[in-house]
Design a protein around this ligand. Structure first.
Ligand code: SAH
Ligand code: SF4
Ligand code: F3S
Length: 440
């Protein structure tokens, strides 16, 4: 491979979940430290990091089409391309053979080594690093130097649940928890540089465990209570949780910690017990509903969110109807729903009875209609309330600002407010995925 000059500008493009967004921010900070500047909007970057997602087929195919577009028309001045994230972990060397344009492939647990790989790439050498070192990468990353009003903080990585459809246990490895003191330090730093809200992240965030400053064993609830002591931090959220890891202490925290926002993302995947079992989910429809009852008893205004898969192998029409039933029973404030996508190396990919695409399309449409109806109903029920909104963006129209309600709804209003302000807004009108209000 040809030698290149040192890149002056970079762009990190993150796909997939919030954990990838967090990793993308950390990689950008590392490149800043190397003296490379973020490319301006619309400008061709000298170095492009594709921080990829492997969760569904469409997500991973995106990588190769993106590489094609990045190199098109730039044969005299091609960018250095690094493929990071979960496709990098899953496909490794294969990416190198599939695309000459890629000079670095780096897994989600190895990206702290990106600067060294970059040096080799400039010298014309291609490197693949998909190690999953037991010692966490976090210590090697630079301290946080800036933050949006709403920040992500990865507290836990990996997954030991092995749902039969899912690649995450393979791309992210075994469950690990970051140490308590490192998290408190990073949270304080984020607040110092602008965060008002922190969303704690993990593939199974509530599986987090650690020891507090006095050496006592604590779980998520203990961590949340400790972070709530940071004076300038206004809001705490967390995602994503697995029903198996929710304990009484966390439920109680929802009723007692004012900074913990009334929102819970708790994927159920299906409403049918046979399908749930085949998915290797450890809950039933009923145990899931009872768990939600306990959360709602602690925090009656809790907004619920979930993930659904339609068309898991052998799912019948009647079994799919059970998913619609659980949607009706819960009344989600918002949710994500997907067509089942067979992933290489997962047990479900080899199961008999793969469901036809047309059937999945039809089920997804019906499910999304039900979820859309419930989201609108949830938003409509908020009209008339006055709540805090954390302003995070400017809107499309002059003077319009956008932010989030405690229940994670998008709220827009016109008025004198700055990004980062926590303002009181009266909610006046409800749309499918947002609300309009006015400053009070
Ligand atoms: N750790 C989280 C999120 C995992 S990935 C959890 O357990 O909930 C996010 C969502 O993608 C999953 O909740 C699931 O709904 C969906 N998903 C995962 N694998 C999938 C597959 N093979 N096909 C379709 N959807 C999938
Ligand atoms: Fe995937 Fe299941 Fe783990 Fe979630 S709990 S990341 S769906 S294996
Ligand atoms: Fe995708 Fe990896 Fe996240 S597969 S959803 S980026 S953990």
């Amino acid at each position: 491979m040809r030698k290149t000059v040192s890149p002056r500008t970079y762009r990190v493009e993150s796909f997939g979940c919030q954990m990838n967004v967090y990793d993308g921010e950390r990689m950008a900070e590392m490149l800043d430290r190397e003296g490379i500047a973020p490319a301006a909007d619309g400008e061709d970057a000298d170095l492009v990091v594709l921080n990829t997602c492997h969760i569904r087929e469409k997500a991973s195919e995106k990588v190769y089409s993106r590489i094609g577009r990045l190199t098109k028309g730039r044969s005299d001045n091609p960018p250095l391309i690094a493929v990071a994230g979960c496709v990098a972990q899953a496909e490794g060397e294969e990416i190198m053979s599939r695309s000459d344009a890629v000079s670095m492939v780096v897994g989600p647990q190895a990206y702290h080594r990106l600067p060294a790989m970059l040096e080799r790439a400039i010298g014309g050498l291609r490197t693949t690093d998909t190690d999953m070192p037991a010692d966490a990468k976090f210590a090697a990353l630079p301290a946080r130097r800036k933050s949006a009003p709403s920040a992500f903080l990865t507290i836990q990585e990996g997954c030991d649940k092995f749902c039969t459809y899912c690649v995450v246990p393979y791309t992210r490895g075994a469950e690990i928890s970051r140490p308590f003191s490192a998290l408190v330090d990073e949270a304080k730093k984020l607040v110092e540089v602008g965060a008002k809200e922190i969303t704690l992240l993990g593939q199974n965030v509530s599986a987090w465990s650690g020891e507090d400053a006095k050496g006592r064993a604590i779980g998520m609830a203990g961590l949340i209570r400790a972070l709530a002591q940071i004076p300038e931090l206004s809001r705490i959220r967390y995602m994503t949780s697995h029903p198996a890891d929710m304990d009484d202490a966390l439920i109680a925290a929802h009723g007692e910690v004012a900074k913990l926002m009334p929102f819970l993302h708790l994927p159920v995947q299906s409403g049918n017990d046979r399908v749930l079992k085949a998915m290797n989910r450890s809950h039933t429809a009923d145990s899931y509903l009872r768990l939600l009852d306990r959360f709602r008893a602690a925090r009656p205004d809790l907004a619920l969110s979930g993930d659904f898969i339609v068309g898991f192998p052998r799912e019948t029409d009647a079994e799919f109807e059970d998913t619609l039933k659980i949607v009706d029973a819960v009344g989600y404030a918002q949710a994500y729903s997907f067509k089942y996508s067979p992933r290489p190396g997962t047990p479900a990919a080899d199961m008999d009875g793969q469901v036809a695409t047309e059937v999945m399309d039809e089920r997804l449409q019906r499910l999304q209609a039900a979820l859309g109806r419930d989201q609108l109903a949830f938003n409509a029920a908020s009209v008339g309330k006055t709540c805090d909104v954390l302003v995070d963006r400017t809107g499309k129209y002059p003077g319009q600002m956008l932010g989030k309600s405690p229940w994670l709804q998008s709220v827009h209003f016109t008025g004198d407010a700055q990004i980062g302000d926590l303002v009181r807004v009266e909610l006046l009108e409800a749309m499918g995925s947002s609300l309009g209000g006015r400053l009070v």
